[in-house]
Design a protein around this ligand. Structure first.
Ligand SMILES: *Cc1c(COP(=O)(O)O)cnc(C)c1O
Length: 386
């Protein structure tokens, strides 16, 4: 799926893209030209279709920049200056949301469940009951720092029952994990080009209720990140307000074509799930242990405890994997040593088998007998399962 010289990126974006997605960038487009405006319109409609349909009162607003720019735009545009946000944090991306709100000077309360516990409906219920002035709840769909798949269904239900508004960071989940606004009503959610749709980096997109986009007028602290204005100008002119990432848009349309050809969301979920299952089984056979129990493990990225053996060094392991053509990801946990292997991108189970083989070779080269972690790490996992 890539040329042999390119390493596979086992990282949750940027990720390995298909050859035809890369090839789609070999042409220049004028941003004001009717052809490019039609491309933008197609992109918006295709994303709405993936979210459930084009006639559900939602609209899609693409925005230049990486995913965090879109998260910041969503928070700054939809949370009024006198709003109060409940942030459900269980990893680095939840913490980033809280940091963003601090920059934006929006009042917020953080419910932090640590590195590997999900936020649960009962806790959200209690917090919403205790704080009648909370206007919005923000949750991360797949917390990419651990790979945990948060239970957004039960959270959406409780938020709706309390009459508050839900904002979702579905960056690393949308397109593979179901997120259909007919089944899961929310005010808005955000994702980006270089995650499960398998495009290249350069922009993200917010899918939001039209009523929310209308009401957002005047809320934003930032011109460039004002979603109401981006939406309004795009609807009136067909253009992005400022220079669009034209090549990334062209690549994304090809990625969307492949996505549809490969069975849309169910097809993508099936391939990523298979990637994960083949990879986890192979790693466990080498003695490695995943951080999360099956119930919370996403098909997006898997965190493994680092092996306990004294000869193991992540830096060396990383280099040995790279020499064999695989770029892996360091861990992002605060308390235990770990590393991560992504399951997303233009790769399949045959690649995952080679990844596992390469891990075995790397262990042997380092003189590490197996991937078994310290007992203390496993104790932490037992506590999670309890
Ligand atoms: C990738 C990602 C982001 C955005 O990160 P950028 O580096 O700004 O693209 C945000 N949230 C989650 C959960 C992610 O996986």
């Amino acid at each position: 799926m890539t040329t042999p010289a390119d390493p596979y990126l086992l990282t949750p974006g940027p990720l390995t893209t298909a050859a035809s997605t890369k090839a789609a960038m070999q042409r220049d487009w004028g941003s004001w030209d009717a052809d490019f405006r039609a491309m933008t319109a197609r992109l918006r409609a295709a994303l709405l279709e993936i979210a459930g349909g084009t006639d559900l009162g939602y609209d899609c607003v693409p925005l230049q920049g990486s995913g965090s720019y879109c998260v910041e735009a969503m928070l700054g545009s939809f949370v009024p200056r006198d709003g109060h946000v409940l942030v459900l944090a269980n990893g680095a991306y939840g913490k980033r949301i809280a940091t963003t709100l601090r920059y934006l000077e929006r009042r917020h309360t953080v419910h932090d469940t640590g590195d590997y516990l999900p936020p649960r409906a009962a806790d959200v219920e209690r917090l919403l009951a205790a704080h009648a002035d909370i206007t919005h709840v923000v949750v991360v769909h797949c917390e990419t720092s651990s790979g945990i798949l948060n239970p957004i269904g039960e959270i959406a239900e409780v938020v709706a029952r309390h009459g508050r508004r839900l904002l979702i960071d579905s960056m690393s989940a949308f397109g593979a994990v179901p997120l259909d606004v007919r089944a899961l009503p929310c005010e808005a959610f955000v994702s980006s080009a270089n995650k499960c749709i398998e495009g290249v980096p350069g922009f993200g997109f917010v899918i939001a209720k039209k009523s929310a986009l209308e009401a957002a007028k005047g809320n934003s602290h930032s011109l460039a990140l004002d979603l109401h204005d981006q939406w309004d100008v795009m609807n009136r002119t067909g253009q992005w307000r400022f220079t669009p990432p034209t090549h990334a848009v062209a690549a994304f349309l090809e990625a969307l074509r492949l996505y549809a050809e490969q069975g849309g969301q169910p097809g993508r979920l099936a391939r990523y799930t298979r990637n994960r299952d083949v990879m986890v089984a192979g790693m466990q056979a080498l003695g490695f242990e995943p951080l999360l129990t099956d119930a919370w493990r996403s098909p997006i990225i898997v965190t493994f405890f680092s092996p306990a053996h004294a000869n193991f060094s992540f830096a060396r392991f990383y280099e040995l994997m790279k020499e064999q053509g695989f770029i892996i990801y360091p861990g992002k946990l605060t308390r235990v040593e770990s590393f991560r292997i992504g399951c997303i991108g233009a790769l399949d189970e045959s690649v995952m088998r080679r990844v596992v083989q390469a891990c075995g070779t790397a262990l042997r080269t380092m003189g590490v007998p197996d991937g078994a972690p310290e007992h203390a790490s496993l104790d932490a996992r037992e506590a999670l399962a309890a």
